[in-house]
Design a protein around this ligand. Structure first.
Ligand code: ADP
Ligand code: MG
Length: 250
C-alpha cells in the first residue's frame, strides 16, 4: 500500500459517502499511477460522478483516505484549494463564453490562472500566444480561433472547455462523459485528443461509449453500487461475469 501511495497521482482507500442513508460510495478504493489515464465505466447511479465530487472537494467523504501525488490529503482541502493544487474538472455541460471568440475564451482562462498572470511570462505576449496556439492545436480548434464560441458544434465546445481547463495547467484532469451528445466522428476525435493530453497529464475519464473506451486503450475500472466491481483491460473486464450481469448485458 505504502509504495502504491508514494508512486500515485491519486489514491483513494475505503471512501464512503451517504446521502440520507443511501451509500453513493461504499468503501471505494482506487489508485491512479503517476501520469496514468484511467477510464471509469459503470451503470447509472454507480457513483462515478460522486467519485469526482469527493476528489474535487465538492462532496466530503464520510470516511476514507484521498491523497493526491502521494502526500497531499485532499480531504483536508476545500474545492478552491484542490483546483489550485492542480486538479481540473470538466463537467458534462460546457460552460464556454458563447459571445466571445475561441481565442478570447482561452485567453480568459489563461488570465484566470494566477501562476501565469504573476509570472513574468505573461508580459511577454508571445509566450501567452504560444500557450494558446499549443492549446488550439491539441483541442483541434486551430482553424476556429477567431470564431465565436457560440457558433461551434457541440463537440467543439466540449473541446474548447477542455482547452480552458488546460490553460489552468492542471496535473490531473477529471472528465465526466465527454462523448455525450457527440457525433461518432467527434467521439473518435475526442479519444485521440485525450490520448494526446494524457502524454503530459494524468486523466480520469468517465464514459459510457464502449467504442470510445476501446479507442482510449487504457486500464478500465468498473464501478457498481459505489465500489469497484472489476479492474483491468477493457477485454478483461468485458469478460467478467458480474460486469456483464450488472452493466454490459443490459
Ligand atoms: P453516476 O455518475 O455513476 O451515474 P452518481 O455519482 O451521480 O452516479 O450517483 C450515485 C448515487 O448517488 C445515485 O443514486 C444518486 O441519485 C445519488 N446522489 C448523487 N449525488 C447526490 C446528492 N447530492 N444527494 C442525494 N443523492 C445523490
Ligand atoms: Mg454521472
Amino acid at each position: 500500500m505504502a509504495v502504491e501511495l508514494t508512486d500515485s497521482t491519486l489514491y483513494l482507500d475505503g471512501v464512503s459517502v451517504s446521502f440520507d442513508g443511501f451509500k453513493a460510495l461504499n468503501e471505494l478504493s482506487l489508485v491512479l499511477a503517476k501520469g496514468e489515464m484511467r477510464a471509469i465505466i459503470g451503470p447509472n447511479g454507480a457513483g462515478k460522478t460522486t467519485m469526482m465530487d469527493v476528489i474535487t472537494g465538492k462532496t466530503r467523504p464520510d470516511k476514507g483516505d484521498i491523497y493526491f501525488e502521494g502526500s497531499i490529503d485532499l480531504t483536508k482541502h476545500d474545492e478552491a484549494a484542490i483546483a489550485q493544487l492542480g486538479i481540473g474538472r470538466k463537467f458534462q455541460k460546457p460552460t464556454v463564453f458563447e459571445t466571445q471568440t475561441v481565442f478570447d475564451n482561452l485567453e480568459l482562462a489563461l488570465k484566470a490562472n494566477r501562476s501565469v498572470i504573476t509570472s513574468l511570462f505573461w508580459n511577454r505576449s508571445n509566450e501567452a500566444q504560444k500557450r494558446i496556439d499549443d492549446i488550439l492545436e491539441i483541442t483541434r480548434l486551430g482553424d476556429h480561433a477567431g470564431q465565436l464560441a457560440g457558433s461551434l458544434s457541440h463537440g467543439q465546445k466540449q473541446w474548447l472547455e477542455i482547452g480552458m481547463l488546460l490553460a489552468q495547467d492542471p496535473k490531473l484532469l477529471l472528465v465526466d462523459e465527454p462523448a455525450a451528445g457527440m457525433t461518432d466522428d467527434e467521439t473518435a476525435e475526442t479519444a485521440k485528443l485525450l490520448k494526446d493530453i494524457a502524454k503530459s497529464h494524468a486523466v480520469v475519464v468517465v464514459e459510457h461509449d464502449m467504442t470510445f473506451v476501446r479507442d482510449l486503450g487504457v486500464r478500465v475500472t468498473v464501478l457498481h453500487e459505489g465500489s469497484v466491481l472489476a479492474e483491468g483491460s477493457l477485454d478483461t473486464v468485458s469478460a467478467n461475469e458480474r460486469v456483464i450481469e450488472v452493466y454490459l448485458g443490459r
